[in-house]
Design a protein around this ligand. Structure first.
Ligand SMILES: Nc1ncnc2c1ncn2[C@@H]1O[C@H](COP(=O)(O)OP(=O)(O)O)[C@@H](O)[C@H]1O
Ligand SMILES: Cc1ncc(COP(=O)(O)OP(=O)(O)O)c(N)n1
Length: 272
């Protein structure tokens, strides 16, 4: 009989266009040899041009999905993406404690604090930012904000290495074990440099910047690649280095689709 692969759970929204959200997460888990499971939080109406609207899933259905998979199939690592409302965030935090997922357990937990789509549409109700800071970050093994999210969460406007470090310090105050301040939106003429820290180690992850506008789903894909590595037992610095290498290839092989922004490709290993 075959043995079961490692498992990863995404708690996130659906992207009807297939490039971000749970679709990106499941594509990435699959591409990394991990069995992906889902707790759906919201359904977005979305295509390459942006988000036209969304509807939340009832809170008890969100928490029910988490409990159903955690108590039966087991979760080796989990991540969050779009959570939509403070009510969902509060309930998810409580449920993660009940099923023993988070930084003070043996099951790593990655928080991608999704606030808006790259096209500028809100994916989180305004009052929910505080719940992300107080309910999710203290439970997180790793948080992975992009520069817009850093500004919303801390007020720090990152323009280079000094402010990237200042932002990481401010974010660690909220209680996560590690923070990854992603630098994809820094100066377009430079390499892509992300900064990883637990307040003691400061690790710069530098990679080439590929000249493409098709980066839809990039943040979700990177967080899911890191979650996959954590599910397979990697320590955080190794998992993030693996995630960085993975997303680089996904961006390099991204493709146009629709009239707007195309998706990154988690399937680069399948390319001929
Ligand atoms: N054009 C690019 N070429 C190579 N890597 C990129 C590019 N854009 C983003 N990245 C990398 O993809 C990851 C996610 O990027 P970022 O754009 O900062 O976050 P988000 O997708 O959440 O907005 C980071 O590791 C970043 O360095
Ligand atoms: C359902 C859903 N979740 C997350 C996102 C964010 O994806 P994107 O707009 O591509 O932004 P980054 O991945 O670059 O942070 C979304 N659009 N939809």
């Amino acid at each position: 009989m075959n043995t079961a692969p490692r498992t990863a759970l995404t708690i996130a929204g659906s992207d009807s266009g297939g490039g971000a959200g749970i679709q990106a997460d499941l594509r990435t888990f699959f591409a990394n040899g991990v069995h992906g499971m889902v707790a759906l939080t919201a359904v977005t109406v979305q295509n390459s041009l942006g988000v036209q609207g969304f509807s939340e899933i009832p809170v008890d259905v969100v928490t029910g999905q988490i409990k159903a998979v955690a108590t039966d199939m087991g979760v080796d690592a989990a991540k969050t993406g779009m959570l939509a409302t403070a009510e969902i965030i509060n309930a998810v935090a409580k449920t993660l404690d009940e099923v023993h997922i988070g930084r003070n357990t043996s099951t790593p937990f990655v928080v991608d604090p999704v606030a808006a789509s790259m096209t500028g549409h809100a994916l989180l109700r305004e009052e929910a930012l505080e719940a992300i800071r107080t309910e999710l970050f203290p439970r997180a093994t790793l948080i992975t904000p992009n520069l817009d999210e850093v500004r919303l969460l801390t007020g720090v406007h990152v323009t280079g290495p000094a402010t990237q470090r200042e932002a990481a310090e401010a974010l660690l105050e909220f209680g996560s074990a590690w923070v990854l301040v992603k630098g994809g939106h820094l100066d377009a003429a430079q390499d892509c440099v992300d900064l990883l820290s637990d307040g003691t180690s400061w690790i710069e992850l530098r990679g080439p910047r590929f000249d493409t506008r098709n980066t839809h789903g990039g943040g979700d894909t990177m967080a899911s690649a890191i979650t996959s590595s954590l599910a397979k037992g990697a320590e955080v610095p190794v998992a993030v280095a693996e995630g960085k290498r993975f997303i680089e290839r996904c961006v390099a092989e991204s493709y146009p689709l629709g009239a707007g922004v195309g998706p990154v490709s988690p399937f680069w290993r399948l390319s001929p």
